[in-house]
Design a binder for this molecule. Structure first.
Ligand SMILES: NC(=O)C1=CN([C@@H]2O[C@H](COP(=O)(O)OP(=O)(O)OC[C@H]3O[C@@H](n4cnc5c(N)ncnc54)[C@H](OP(=O)(O)O)[C@@H]3O)[C@@H](O)[C@H]2O)C=CC1
Ligand SMILES: CCCCCC/C=C/C(=O)O
Length: 506
């Protein structure tokens, strides 16, 4: 069964023509009354209108967050956990509606949103509901009369800015730990993809205290900047491009506040020769692992966008991989059989085309794809791009720069030392994949690759509880783990003397 697009009879998504900002538990129009029209990338047709807010709307949201901050900080861990669990329940109860909304606005296939984005978002709130109750202070016994108590205190109100590629999941990754640690948030979705987040707000508005989550929509350069530079925030949490991440650090410097950044990547996926010697099940799994470059249309910070294949198996392994790539089903993102939907925007589509041209001009060999896909009927103007493979060497721009599309740069290596050198020859350090059954090699590669996440014999798994974040220019801080609670709290030390007579200094 294919889901019916939002706005058509029989769709499970109710479309409101115009959405507002979600501030202090209320739906507030932008003060200047401006809106932008958002399109579905599948059809290039309008979906709805989204506020085109400005700095004054950010101020309203920050004031609402501050009004809620005292009571939320004072809520017990159990009370916070209850709210986060209620959010998770609401996400689960609306799984299909949220999945269809997100797929229609972002273009990602509903088989991904149903199986990954939405359930992972719910699980994230559940994980941090549990984690909230594990926060403990500590005591240092300085001497028999002097004790240092350490408390975790919330930062207060935090500003969170997220990208277009995993709208609901990135919102969950930001909101759940911030709220669990007792903070209130003002969050700015990416301009092309606020819809599922606003739908989320609709389904949780009755289960969260007003003001703990505030959503302001509008252009990054205006709304995002106003939020990130405001003296009313105590931290910036950001996911997006590395150049925007640099700006975030400059913004944070103005107010001397902490920042966590989850930025770009150019992740190597490394296939050693023993994948061919192994049984069919393992070999098939490895081939599926290579094909994951097209997961979420390649619009993933951890996209395994560089395949490194040992020379001795290149021909046979690549023949199998190309056969599998040829079976990638592209089309309507609301069809559960679709593996590859449209890119998020016309801008992304054109960026991908330009990179293929750059690769060819640098001498790369086109192994598959390389062009915009023109589908029939209502999808004729959708932003579809063929799954593409370019063979070349690691110094080429298509191996060094983040394309954010279904484009795989393929190269070979002779031995482990060369594989490691190529893997690390990148300014990025977010993810990597290693495919081998040799346990010692798994360990050496896992420890040798300079990246925050190394998948071994798997890829693109993001369970809550496994710390995620970047080395090098891929970011600062870790998400997806209870250590996030530390990124969202500050330590209060109370140094107490129980000696009522001596000052103890001299
Ligand atoms: N590694 C990753 O996780 C991601 C990497 N990218 C890379 O970045 C490219 C561009 O994608 P994009 O989503 O536009 O990435 P950006 O980094 O530009 O955007 C991420 C978020 O930051 C906001 N933003 C943009 N500029 C500013 C600013 N000056 N001050 C405050 N906030 C700002 C955006 O708002 P708005 O949407 O309104 O511009 C969005 O909400 C992609 O092609 C891809 O290569 C993109 C997304 C994620
Ligand atoms: C199915 C979950 C994928 C999560 C990917 C995390 C990447 C974040 C990003 O691209 O910003």
């Amino acid at each position: 069964m294919t889901y019916v697009p939002p706005g058509k009879p029989g769709s499970i998504v109710h479309v409101t023509d115009r959405y507002e900002n979600f501030i202090g538990g209320k739906w507030l129009p932008p003060r200047a009354g401006k809106y932008s029209t958002n399109l579905s990338p599948a059809t290039a047709q309008p979906i709805c209108e989204i506020p085109r807010s400005a700095a004054e709307d950010v101020e309203d949201a920050l004031d609402a967050a501050h009004a809620a901050a005292g009571s939320w900080a004072a809520a017990s861990p159990a009370e916070r956990a209850e709210v986060l669990t209620a959010v998770a329940d609401a996400i689960d109860a609306n799984r299909e509606m949220l999945a269809v909304t997100e797929s229609w606005e972002n273009g990602k296939p509903v088989r991904e949103t149903l199986a990954a984005d939405i359930p992972l978002a719910a699980d994230h709130f559940r994980y941090f509901a549990a984690a909230a109750r594990t926060l403990e202070g500590s005591i240092s016994e300085i001497d028999g009369r002097t004790y240092a108590y350490h408390f975790h205190e919330p930062l207060g109100v935090v500003g969170q800015i997220i990208p277009f590629n995993f709208p609901l999941l990135m919102a969950a990754w930001k909101l759940a730990p911030a709220l669990a640690a007792g903070n209130c948030s003002v969050i700015k979705p990416a301009s092309p993809t606020p819809w599922s987040i606003l739908k989320l707000a609709e389904v949780i508005q009755d289960v969260i205290p007003p003001g703990i989550i505030n959503i302001v929509n509008g252009p990054g350069a205006e709304v995002g900047r106003a939020l990130a530079t405001s003296p009313k925030i105590a931290k910036i949490g950001f996911t997006g491009e590395t150049t925007t991440g640099r700006l975030m650090m400059q913004y944070a410097a103005r107010n001397i506040i902490p920042v966590t950044l989850e930025l770009g990547g150019k992740s190597p996926n490394i296939f050693f020769e023993d994948v061919l010697a192994a049984d069919d099940a393992y070999l098939n799994k490895a081939v599926e692992g290579l094909v994951l470059y097209a997961f979420n249309k390649g619009e993933v910070c951890t996209c395994p966008s560089r395949a490194l294949i040992q020379e001795s198996i290149y021909d046979e392994f690549m023949a199998r991989a190309l056969e599998r790539v040829g079976r990638i089903q592209q089309g309507n993102p609301l069809d559960p059989a679709t593996m590859l939907g449209p890119q998020v925007s016309a801008q992304q589509l054109s960026k991908i085309g330009s990179y293929v041209d750059i690769g060819l001009a640098e001498g790369a060999e086109l192994l598959a794809g390389g062009h915009r896909t023109r589908l029939a009927g209502e999808f004729a103007n959708g932003y579809f791009f063929e799954p593409t493979l370019l063979k070349g060497h690691n110094k080429m721009r298509v191996f060094q720069e983040e394309i954010f599309g279904p484009v795989l740069a393929v190269t070979t290596f002779k031995d482990e030392a060369e594989a490691l050198a190529i893997a690390n020859d990148t300014p990025y350090g977010l993810g990597a994949g290693v495919w081998t059954r040799d346990g010692a090699r798994q360990f050496r590669m896992g420890r040798g690759i300079k990246a925050g996440r190394v998948w071994v014999n798997c890829y693109h798994q993001y369970p809550a509880g496994a710390a995620f974040g970047g080395y090098k220019v891929s970011g600062i801080g870790r998400e997806n783990h209870r250590m996030m609670l530390e990124h969202y709290s500050q330590t209060k030390n109370m140094l107490v003397s129980y000696d009522e007579n001596a000052l103890g200094l001299f």
